[in-house]
Ligand binder design. Structure first.
Ligand code: HEM
Length: 254
């Protein structure tokens, strides 16, 4: 009997079509809501002496690189499962390269923004839980990229000889991809809380997070989009497009 986890039944295809649409809405929603918040309720984005503006740049580049592009790179595998594997791998890899570029620039912006303090104030790096989770996510992401690049693209040069090895590595690659995605969501949510703590403190004329007005609601909505993605993406990646072990094409498709 076929459940929703098989891509072959039309009910299953419809179900996953709905899940894909919701995840795209959440991906675009998290980026556009945060941009709206920064432009309408905060000081905007800039690589400048203004600490807040530069942290906003850090935040949006991290959300785009780690959550939006990373999410698209994973979904592309499921969306294009009928295309030739090599083309899908190349698209997957190109999106990852864009994602790495955004993350690298975002991280430099974040570290440099810590230096834009009032004269005489002590500069502290990596003191927060947010930065610790972020560093773990970045470290694992870098390892995953190198391992994935070597095993799935370079080893393609000797496709037949390495096919078994690559097939055995695939579940680990997928699991780590999902773990890293969850860590990126945790890092982003804790980053949102850092921002809420300082910019919505209610002091010196700043809006108050506790007053539950538009700035609070938008920050919370971005967080909810991210949590939705952390739930939906692993479900799609684990269940969509999988064929039954008894299907005649099972071994070919893996
Ligand atoms: C996966 C995404 C993210 C990662 C990996 C990450 C990583 C980091 C790291 C490593 C630092 C420490 C920089 C230093 O001390 O020199 C940092 C600082 C900071 N980040 Fe992020 N970040 C992410 C997303 C965000 C988001 C979405 C926001 C805001 C909405 C944000 C806001 C901040 C702020 C305000 C700081 C300075 C305060 C602190 O060190 O905690 N970050 N981030």
């Amino acid at each position: 009997m076929e459940g929703p986890s098989t891509s072959t039944s039309s009910g299953g295809r419809f179900f996953f079509g709905v899940l894909f649409t919701i995840s795209e809405l959440l991906l675009f929603g998290s980026v556009s809501l945060f941009v709206y918040w920064v432009i309408w309720h905060d000081t905007g984005f800039a690589w400048s002496k203004n600490r807040n503006e530069q942290f906003n740049l850090h935040a949006i580049l991290m959300i785009i690189g780690f959550v939006f592009l990373n999410g698209q790179a994973m979904l592309v595998y499921k969306l294009l499962h009928r295309c030739r594997k090599i083309y899908v791998k190349i698209i997957h890899c190109i999106i990852f390269v864009c994602s790495i570029s955004a993350i690298t620039i975002g991280m430099v912006a974040g570290i440099q923004a810590q230096h834009n303090m009032a004269p005489g104030a002590t500069i502290r790096h990596f003191y927060s839980l947010h930065s610790w989770v972020g560093l773990v996510a970045i470290g694992l992401f870098a390892l995953q990229f190198v391992a994935g690049f070597v095993s799935f693209l370079i080893l393609l040069c000797c496709d037949k000889a390495t096919a078994n090895f690559r097939a055995r590595l695939l579940p680990t690659h997928v699991t780590f991809g999902l773990i890293i995605y969850s860590l990126a969501v945790i890092a982003s949510i804790s980053g949102l809380l850092q921002v809420a703590r300082s910019r919505l403190s209610g002091k010196e004329g700043k809006p108050n997070y506790k007053e539950f007005e538009e700035p609070t609601i938008i920050i919370n909505a971005v967080g909810c989009c991210l949590i939705g993605l952390a739930i939906l993406l692993p479900y799609i990646i684990r269940n969509c497009g999988q064929r039954s072990r008894h299907s005649p094409n099972f071994h070919i498709s893996h």
